[in-house]
Design a protein around this ligand. Sequence first.
Ligand SMILES: [Zn+2]
Length: 416
Amino acid sequence: MNMRKKAEEDIKTRTILEQILEQRYQTNLNIPQKGSAIVLLVSGGMDSILLWGMLMKKYGLHVYPLYIAPIKENARSKAQKASIQHYASLYRKQYPQTYHKVYFQTHTWLFSFSQVIKKKMRLLNASFLYENVSYNSFYDKYALGLVSNPSRWYIYSSYALEYSLLLRYHYGIDIHTFVLGIMGDDGIYDKESNLAALRSVNLSLCLTSGYVQWSVLAPIDRKRNFYCEKKDMLRYSKELNLDASWTRSCDSNIQNHCGMCLSCLSRKEAFHKAEIVDNTDYSHPWYRRFIQAALSRVKHKQVLISKIIRKVKGVSQTNITPQFSPKDTISIQPVVTWHQKGKSVYVFNPNTKYFEELNSTASTIWLFVEKNSPRLEDIVGFLKNRFDQNESTIRSDTKEFICSFVRDGYLQLQKE
Ligand SMILES: [Zn+2]
C-alpha cells in the first residue's frame, strides 16, 4: 500500500489560492526583506528552534517568537519550555539586534487525538487507523500519523495574527508575516503540512480579519526559494554554532525523548542524514539497540528472523525475551486493534502507536492464533501442512515471531 500518496499536495488548489492572494490582494508570499519583523511559531523542537536562528542570521529578520502552551503544564510542555529557554539565552547573546523575547500564550484544546489514543477509545478501529498511518521509509516502519490537534494551523495562525496586531498597536512594530517551522519533508507524514493547506489558512485569515497583507509562510516553498528539509536545518546548526541535542521533538508526554514516536523517528533520521552525532537522551532502554539496528539496517534485514514471517520489522519495547514454555497458549492482546484486508492482516498497538502490515504467512499465523489460542506446537503442525519447509526451521522461526510479537505487545502468553 502506498502510504506516501495521501500526503501529496493538491497543486491545483494551491495555485488558485496563490493567484487570489498575490494577484487580488498583493499579499507577499516571499520571505520579507532584511530588517523586517516576523512572528515565528516556536515549539522547542529542532526545526523551529534552528529556523529561529536561521531567520536572524541568514535573513536578518527581527524574530518575535510565539509559543502556544497548554494551560495545565505537563512533562512535555515543561521539556519544550526548557528547550526554548536554553536556545533563547544563546540567541539573546549572539543576535542582540534581532533577538526578541518569546511570547508565551496559553491555549486549551477541546479535542486531541492523543487523549483518544490514551483512553483506547473505539474510535481507533483498524480501518480508521489504516487511513491514518504514515510510513517512514528510512526505518521501514509504519506509525500513526494523526495530528493530535486537527485545527492547529488555524489556531496558531490566529494567535500569530492577534500577536502581530498587539505588537503593532501597542509598540508600533510593523509585522505582516507569520512563519511556521514546517519542513519540506514533514508533508510525508502530515497531511496538513503543505502549501495548499497553509495558503487556505492564510486566505481565511486575510478575509476574516480584513488584513489582506498578512502572510503565513513556511520553508516548504521551492518556487520562492524558501525551502529546507530537516537534515538541511540540522546541518545549519553548525553555521549557528549550536548543539541541537537540547531541542525537544517527542510527541509523548515524558521528560526525555521516547525514541519511537513519529517525531522521534524523523529526528533520528535527520541526525543520521545530516551526519551529526545525536546526543539526544532517548529514555527507553532499547534505544541503543534500535539505533544500531537502524544504522546497519541493510545488514539487519539480512538477518531477518525469517523472510517468510514479518514484512515490517517491529521495534521491541524491551530486550527481555519472554519466558516461553511449550505449554503456554498464545492469544491476541486485548488492547490490540486489527483488521484483514485481502490476504494481509494489519495490527495496531495503541500503547506504542505502531502499526504493522503482516505478510501472508504472518497473517495466516495471526488468524490461526485468533481462532484457536494455540500452543506453539499447534502452530508448527498447522504450518507444516501448508509450507514446504523443514520442521525445525518452521519451529524456530515461529517461536521468534511469537516472542517478538509478545515483546511488542501484540500477543500474550498464558500459562496453564
Ligand atoms: Zn517520541
